[in-house]
Design a binder for this molecule. Structure first.
Ligand SMILES: Cc1cc2nc3c(=O)[nH]c(=O)nc-3n(C[C@H](O)[C@H](O)[C@H](O)COP(=O)(O)O)c2cc1C
Length: 198
């Protein structure tokens, strides 16, 4: 594989929000998660903890918590009841329909100095790296994925309802599956807007 091909691969990953019903083979998912473990992490502490959520009951529980948090947030922002109902119904539908739902947690004990805010930050960054590695590994398998930040809004309730260990801090979710859409790349700001050279 040439470096140009690899750059094309990295640039062609898209957030995929609509999936075919075709199931994802467990072997493919396991390969993806094995590759995820190669993500860089601060001090190589690998603080990510992953949950594959297959059970329809667990998904329904999760949907109930997340839509309650979404409803509360939208009501605080004075959204109309119609908008609230549309968004919550869509959220629930996406969560129940995604072929693969992965919850990424941070092990709050996997840290060198628990009271150091910078170390805490590095733990969050490390989990984000794992999530990105999963998205790229899924892309390599011909799958699409979408990063979902909703668990951040109800982390404690998610932990309790899914009976997770107290030191598993939910950070985000990924939905994966075979793409049922081919979205155009969202615009990227030019490099000179993001970069300064000294
Ligand atoms: C931290 C983070 C949180 C995100 N949360 C959501 C989300 O909750 N729902 C969603 O549909 N997309 C979410 N995304 C996906 C972004 O919207 C997407 O990456 C961005 O629009 C660029 O599109 P691309 O991934 O196709 O390049 C999130 C991405 C990141 C990195």
């Amino acid at each position: 594989m040439t470096s140009a091909t690899l750059h094309d691969f990295l640039r062609s990953r898209r957030s995929i929000r609509r999936f075919q019903e075709r199931p994802v083979p467990q072997e493919a998912l396991t390969r993806i998660l094995q590759t995820t473990l190669f993500a860089p992490s601060a001090h190589n502490l690998q603080p990510w903890r992953l949950l594959e959520i297959h059970s329809p009951q667990a998904r329904r529980q999760l949907a109930a918590i997340l839509t309650a948090a979404l409803r509360a947030d939208m009501q605080r922002q004075k959204a109309s009841e119609q908008d609230v109902q549309q968004r919550t119904a869509r959220t629930r539908r996406r969560l129940l329909a995604a072929p693969v739902v992965l919850l990424y947690c941070r092990d709050t004990t996997a840290v060198r100095q628990p009271d150091d805010p910078q170390e805490h930050h590095m733990g969050v960054q490390s989990v984000a790296n794992a999530m990105l590695y999963t998205l790229l590994a899924a892309h390599a398998e011909g799958l699409g994925g979408n990063w979902i930040c909703w668990p951040l809004y109800a982390a404690k309730a998610v932990r309790q309802e899914l009976d997770l260990p107290p030191h598993w801090q939910p950070e985000g979710m990924l939905f994966l599956g075979y793409p049922a859409e081919d979205p155009a790349p969202p615009p990227r700001a030019p490099l000179d807007q993001a970069l300064r050279r000294l």
